[in-house]
Write a protein that binds this ligand. Structure first.
Ligand code: ADP
Ligand code: MG
Length: 354
């Protein structure tokens, strides 16, 4: 198996009595890759991660890591280390002892042990914290110690289950960039579980979007955001306008469709339905476009203005169809008033149709 198949999940399913938590999943994860499992609560992310770690035995299928079938291997003998959801470090022992904990079975000399702990602390930028106790650390520092405790074992694969879930928003923003940078530096193959799309989009080389135990789409952040394969992915990742398109006729490899009293032509991708849905992202709507722009345009009224700081969101009503549009709040950008009549439009190339 190549570096592209450093982790190979083959036909893996897991049932808990009549609940199918993981439903015939096939995924290859490359060596050094930052791979995220993203999906709503209950979609099977943790179960799949626990199968990789060996805490859960699959009902069927197998798992390979670095050319080795690990399906029947116990967690402590796998080249993986997992940081659990809301992981807290032991409160009754200090940071140093917490980090050493994972190495207790490795029969290292005192010097070796010290060196490994120091290295791990250095990786998480908490040198000098070895004598502190949990209650003397901030939330972010505790999470970094939890990571150090996993990294000190020098695993080939790092498994992280919603490691930032317990932190407040600002710290989460900092930590996601920090973890990504650390992962890039260490080049450690990482499987990261989250229900937070912005974490997955920011950190991952590739994302698997999960829905009810299955993978709905796998791809880079750009693939997933700009070319969602289905309504579930489009809805779960970012904000979408869903435009129902009615097919009027088909000619050559094109379809004539109508939406909101306008007819236009889209490529025919052999859709097997007479009603199609187009996804339009809020940032692709242009308000009061120049006449010479080649856009599909409508008239509408600004109904709601929602100020978000770096961006401004407008809800536009056009014949009782609501559109969500967003604009970067740049110094020169024109702002609109509530109830203001506007023209707005979008480029057909920005529609994703299914
Ligand atoms: P996620 O991490 O995406 O929120 P989980 O993997 O925890 O999802 O759970 C997937 C499904 O499997 C859920 O319906 C959950 O209730 C069920 N499940 C998970 N673990 C167990 C278990 N030990 N016993 C019974 N059902 C479980
Ligand atoms: Mg979970």
């Amino acid at each position: 198996m190549s570096d592209k198949e450093f982790i190979k999940i083959k036909n893996v399913s897991k049932n808990f009595e009549d609940v199918v938590a993981v439903d015939n999943i096939n995924v290859d994860i490359a060596r050094g890759e930052f791979f995220s499992l993203l999906g709503p609560s209950g979609c099977g992310k943790t179960t799949l991660l626990r199968i990789l770690a060996g805490f859960e035995y699959p009902s069927s299928g197998s798992v390979f890591i670095d050319n080795l079938d690990v399906t029947d291997i116990t967690p402590n003998l796998r080249p993986t280390n997992m940081v659990f959801q809301n992981y807290a470090i032991f409160p009754h022992i200090n940071v140093k002892r917490n980090i050493e904990f994972g190495l207790r079975k490795e029969k290292l000399s005192k010097d070796e042990l010290n060196e490994r702990v120091q290295n791990a602390l250095k990786m998480v930028q908490l040198e000098g914290y070895e004598d502190r106790f949990s209650n003397q650390l901030s939330g972010g520092q505790r999470q970094r110690i939890a990571l150090a405790r996993a990294l000190v074992k020098q695993p080939k694969v790092l498994l992280l289950d919603e490691p930032l879930g317990a932190l407040d928003k600002k710290l989460r923003e900092e930590m996601k960039i920090w973890i990504k940078e650390l992962q890039k530096k260490l080049k450690i193959t990482t499987v990261y579980v989250t229900h937070d799309q912005s974490e997955a989009l920011t950190m991952s080389d590739r994302i698997a979007v999960m829905d009810k135990g299955k993978i709905s789409q796998i791809g880079t952040s750009t693939d997933i955001y700009e070319r969602p394969k289905n309504k579930f992915v489009a809805d779960f990742i970012g904000i979408s306008n869903f435009l129902p398109l009615k097919i009027i006729s088909s000619q050559n490899s094109h379809l004539k469709v109508s939406f909101n009293n306008k007819e236009f032509i889209i490529p025919d991708m052999n859709y097997n339905s007479d009603t199609l849905t187009a996804v339009l992202r809020p940032e692709h709507i242009i308000i009061n476009p120049e006449i010479n722009n080649n856009l599909l345009t409508f008239e509408g009224v600004v109904e709601i203005i929602s100020y978000q700081g770096s961006l401004i969101r407008y809800i536009i009503n056009s014949n009782n169809i609501k559109f969500i549009s967003e604009f970067a709040n740049l110094p020169k950008s024109k702002q609109f008033k509530s109830d203001e009549k506007i023209q707005f439009g979008f480029d057909l190339n920005n529609l994703v149709v299914f």
